[in-house]
Write a protein that binds this ligand. Structure first.
Ligand code: XMP
Length: 256
């Protein structure tokens, strides 16, 4: 079963489309054990209301992939959740392949990569590794932060046709052509979600970060065509993370 299909199944089983971004602010490095315990507690508390966990440098840097983060990946799997590594892989193919091999060896079901690097000796080795191990690749398409327009929104000239097009439109077409398992479009730009959704249809699901802390709304993103909702600080820094996740899960269900 592909990662895309696993997400569909997990989303149905858990009745949630929330991907928990398990992010925490910087802590002194002598507090790493407490950080791992906090991450484990938040994951345990919110697991009924999410379908996957997404891990970023916030935990990989202080805890290490195989010393701490792998414990969280195992915990997620034991609770029936999938695990996504938000490494935004963006290097030459040989390096990308090693990045992918380590994260997949740690148990991650999918990773996020940057299509900017192109296919040959760039993205292809990641997809090849993912296919061999039956894991997923999710591609950045239009990021959620304010400066996203400077890169993802710039006008480019299509290599083949010579016609002007937007960078994110080109990325969305590549996500379709390369059969990516997902495309990331910020919830802060619902009009971009709508446009990308028109290109991808139901072939490549849209993952949307930027909800809450960055000002995006899950309901608006859902109506525009987002399929999964990546949520971090709105849940992890809430006084009651479980309650924050429960309420958001219910709001998304209603919007969809
Ligand atoms: P917050 O706290 O803002 O966290 O809910 C969002 C999480 O998602 C990451 N992020 C992105 N990841 N493309 C990505 O692949 C994006 O456009 C994007 N925007 C935010 C962010 O680093 C954090 O882990």
């Amino acid at each position: 079963m592909s990662f895309k299909e696993k997400m569909e199944e997990t989303g149905k089983k858990k009745e949630s489309k929330i991907v928990l971004a398990l992010d925490f602010p910087f802590r002194n490095i002598d507090k790493r054990e407490a950080l791992l315990a906090e991450a484990q507690n938040v994951l345990e508390a919110v697991q009924p209301y999410v379908c996957a966990v997404k891990i970023n440098h916030h935990l990989v840097l202080p805890l290490g992939t195989f010393d701490g983060v792998q414990k969280l990946v195992t915990q997620a799997h034991e609770k029936g959740l999938l695990a996504i590594m938000d490494c935004k892989a963006n290097d030459i193919g040989a390096t990308n392949q090693v990045i992918a091999e380590y994260y997949y060896a740690a148990g991650f079901d999918a990773l996020i990569a940057n299509p900017f690097i192109g296919w040959e000796e760039g993205m292809k080795p990641i997809f090849d590794t993912a296919h061999k191990l039956q894991r997923g690749v999710i591609l950045l398409t239009y990021m959620s932060h304010k400066g996203a327009s400077e890169g993802y929104g710039q006008t480019i000239y299509d290599e083949k046709t010579g016609k002007a097009t937007a960078q994110y439109v080109s990325f969305a077409k590549k996500a379709l052509k390369w059969s990516a398992d997902g495309a990331v479009v910020g919830a802060t730009y619902p009009e971009k979600i709508r446009e990308v959704h028109e290109i991808l249809g139901e072939n490549v699901p849209i993952y949307s970060p930027g909800i809450g802390a960055q000002g995006g709304a899950a309901e608006t993103a859902a109506k525009a065509g987002a399929c999964y909702f990546i949520v971090g600080r709105h849940i992890t820094l809430a006084q009651n993370p479980r309650e924050a996740a429960r309420k958001l899960c219910a709001a998304i269900k209603q919007a969809r």
